[in-house]
Design a protein around this ligand. Sequence first.
Ligand code: ZN
Length: 170
Amino acid sequence: MQKVLLLDNQNRPINICTWKRALILLMKGKAVNARRLNDIESMIKIENVLIPNVIKLTYDLAVPYKELPFCRENILVRDEFICQYCGKKFPADELTLDHVFPKSRLGPDIWENIVACCRHCNQKKADRTPKEAKMKLLRRPFRPKDYLIFELKKCPDYLVRQWIDYFEAS
Ligand SMILES: [Zn+2]
């Protein structure tokens, strides 16, 4: 899914949205192209429509505190698709989620208790704590703090580079 960087009307990054959301904001006049020139390379082409990859809100926004959704995708991104026991990197569909303190013993579904884990390590660990299974965690699981930086991790490098160029040029 193509992503667009959304700025507030003071040019501060506030969000990364899908091209669909960007298109709606542009069509409703709630946002405009933030780039000074219609630089084709920085446009996303969807059929015959060109959407800039940086847009700017046209109105004042009191940015509400945004809680990062607790979901499988975000846990895998936090753990960089690395099994937190064996340290190897896997494609998303080969990773499972492991409850560090086992779910069968009422380990909670919270950021601090769930890690990315390959199938092999998950089977090996089974319903045990890392200590009982004699398996060491790469790092303690944590709740990611900065929403925007976290969202950036999900975007392809070339896109992040274009956004950085935007700020360097403006
Ligand atoms: Zn593993």
